[in-house]
Design a binder for this molecule. Structure first.
Ligand code: AHR
Length: 628
């Protein structure tokens, strides 16, 4: 071996040093990139109190989910049931520089303004008890109306038709969730004339307050045979009051069904409660969506409504066994093969529908684990039922369909349920006796779309006197036609000076929009505003207005729903004044839901799309961002 000369040795040293510097540079660049790829997120969690077991569990779920991500840091605050303190907590979290706020409200009304303020700067996820309005990134909550109904049914079943008084223990009175739960409960009981539910007390979600209030009224109320508390914690308070008074014939129902020591699930198993209805906290989901929002990765829905189940002393053990992962094996084999998804499209009535159908095809096409069978019902309910029956025969794993109208689905959905095939409702809802016949709804809030259209009309009132409006409805009996009309009427009825002079029924096609509008104009009526239930009908109405020698967008204000590219062209031409967004790009969410259902996973009952409104003033700016 040759020994290097002194000069050679110096060069070797220089080369080695350069090499070392290069390696260190590359390493630090890679490190920098890794840090850049995984930014640290600081998430603030504002809780209304930590006395309630539910809020504690929510925090635990949040913590557990966040632990899976090294780049997530959390700061928790506890408002100790004081709304002013919660406002202050949120301001403090903002000063710490949080990237996203997760908040569960102490009082919807008092906290809405601060949530609106924060939402102007960072994303906000509202958990559980909602705010008024839409100034937040995402709401995750429960279907309170359905929880109330399930509780009402259980109460009626437990009392078995015997005359009885019920005491209802509400949470905080100002909360919308309390109002909805109570409404659902009372709606159900209105069919049971022997039950009187006029005794109401407020427990503010607190066990001890519920106990004190109930202890005060029970001695003078011998007819009380059942107590319905809006939380299991308050139900436990009720039990303590009943037990102390030595009453043995009063049954108790709670809400929450937490699977913790002394949680509702446990209390039912112990025989303390006769039943409870589960209401998931949403803690885990809030972190999952927070990361989606912060990473700007996916389309984020506006509302996620989690499902609920009835737990009684009869089914508690069964429910426990079913939530054991070992019980899911029957559907687990789907993991190892493609998920066969049958989609029954409603028809080809509009450009919205074309975009919706394309979105499902594209999302399925990009997923190697999906085997899509798509069929078009061409606007016929009978045909759609036949398609679904064929899917059942073919033993698909999941069925997804857009019901052309709301009613008439009970039988075919019962057949799908009996065959063990989960059903996804996409875009439109159904009205069936038994809501367990479908698993999830993915689509828009049509009532809110109608409200948004009406709010725009109110804000842009075209004439000083009475504003005459013509409404062009979509397909009779379809969810978008029923609900857009409902939302539109709701807002107009709160404002003087507006009158719907004609409300014509169409079918979401351009042709029907044109025919209906021509008919109205031929009758000699010229309204100031036309509200069409979709863009295609509005485009038809625009043609009819032009044929009558009038200027759409000027002589007659035209507004609609969907916000398709065609609507943008009409806005840019000054013929359409405004369109409320209804997002058809549901494909990715449908595919995700189908795959989760196929493996037996429980998914939210409602996934509501985020939407806004577009008008002539901003159309030029917004058109480049439109995807359909
Ligand atoms: O169900 C959604 C509605 O159906 C869309 O607004 C309309 O264009 C359609 O065809």
């Amino acid at each position: 071996m040759r020994v290097p000369s002194k000069k050679g040795f110096i060069w070797l040293l220089i080369y080695s040093l350069i090499g070392l510097v290069v390696v260190m540079l590359v390493a630090s660049l890679l490190h920098l990139k890794a840090v850049k790829d995984e930014p640290d997120f600081l998430i603030g969690i504002s809780q209304p109190n930590l006395n309630e077991p539910r809020q504690l569990l929510m925090n635990n779920e949040i913590r557990k989910e966040a632990e899976k991500h090294k780049n997530v840091k959390l700061i928790f605050t506890d408002a100790a049931e004081n709304s002013e303190k919660q406002v202050h907590d949120v301001q403090k979290l903002m000063k710490y520089g949080i990237d996203l706020l997760i908040i569960s409200l102490n009082d919807s009304e008092k906290l809405t303004p601060i949530v609106t303020e924060v939402y102007k700067e960072i994303p906000v996820i509202v958990l559980g008890r909602g705010v008024t309005g839409y100034d937040y990134s995402l709401f995750i909550g429960s279907d309170n109306l359905s929880i109330g109904k399930k509780s009402g049914k259980l109460a009626a079943d437990l009392l078995g038709g015997a005359p009885a008084d019920i005491v209802e223990i509400k949470g905080a009175v100002s909360s919308r969730s309390v109002e909805e739960t109570s409404r659902g409960f009372r709606d159900y009981l209105s069919n049971s004339p022997s039950i009187k539910a006029d005794k109401v007390i407020v427990g503010d979600w607190q066990r001890d307050r519920a106990e004190d209030e109930l202890s005060r009224i029970l001695p003078s109320s011998p007819g009380v045979k059942l107590v319905f508390a809006h939380s299991d914690a308050m139900a436990l308070g009720a039990y303590r009051a009943i037990d102390a008074l030595g009453l043995h014939d009063v049954q108790i129902i709670g809400i929450d069904g937490l699977d913790t020591l002394n949680g509702g699930f446990d209390l039912v198993k112990q025989g303390v409660l006769s039943g409870t209805v589960t209401s998931p906290t949403g803690g885990r989901e809030s972190i999952q969506y927070a990361l989606d929002i912060l990473n700007r990765e996916k389309v984020i829905p506006k509302k996620i409504i989690l499902g609920s189940h009835l737990i009684t002393q009869k089914n508690a053990r069964e429910v426990e066994a079913a939530s054991d992962p070992g019980q899911m094996t029957s559907r687990m084999d789907v993991n190892t093969r493609k998920t066969k998804l049958g989609v029954a499209v409603v028809g080809s009535e509009s450009s919205w529908r074309a975009a919706n159908t394309e979105s499902i095809k594209n999302a399925a096409g990009q997923d190697l684990n999906i085997d899509l069978i798509m069929q078009n019902a061409e606007g016929s309910q009978d045909k759609q039922i036949e398609i679904i029956r064929n899917f059942i025969k073919q033993k698909v794993d999941v069925i997804a369909f857009t019901p052309i109208v709301e009613t008439g689905w009970d039988n075919v959905l019962a057949e799908a349920k009996a065959a063990g095939i989960p059903v996804i409702l996409t875009d439109r809802k159904v009205k069936v006796e038994d809501d367990s016949l479908w698993t999830t709804f993915i689509g828009s809030d049509f009532v809110e779309e109608g409200r948004r259209a009406a709010r725009w009309v109110v804000e842009h009132k075209p004439v000083a006197g009475e504003t005459k409006i013509v409404e062009l409805q979509g397909t009779a009996g379809s969810a978008p036609a029923i609900e857009r009309r409902q939302g539109f009427d709701e807002v107009l009825s709160q404002n003087a000076g507006f009158r719907v002079i004609a409300s014509e029924i169409g079918d979401f096609t351009t042709e029907s929009g044109q025919q209906l509008m021509s008919k109205v104009l031929q009758q000699g009526t010229v309204p100031q505003v036309v509200f069409a239930h979709n863009d295609d009908m509005a485009l038809g109405a625009i043609k009819a207005i032009e044929q009558a020698g009038l200027k759409p967008g000027k002589d007659v204000v035209v507004i609609s729903v969907d916000a398709t590219k065609l609507a943008f062209q009409a806005m840019l031409a000054g013929k359409l004044n405004m369109s409320v967004e209804c997002n058809p790009l549901l494909g990715p969410q449908i595919i995700k839901a189908a795959k989760e259902l196929a493996t037996g996973k429980e998914i939210p009952v409602n996934i509501i799309t985020a939407e806004s409104i577009f008008s002539q003033e901003t159309a030029k700016r917004d058109v480049s961002t439109r995807k359909y």
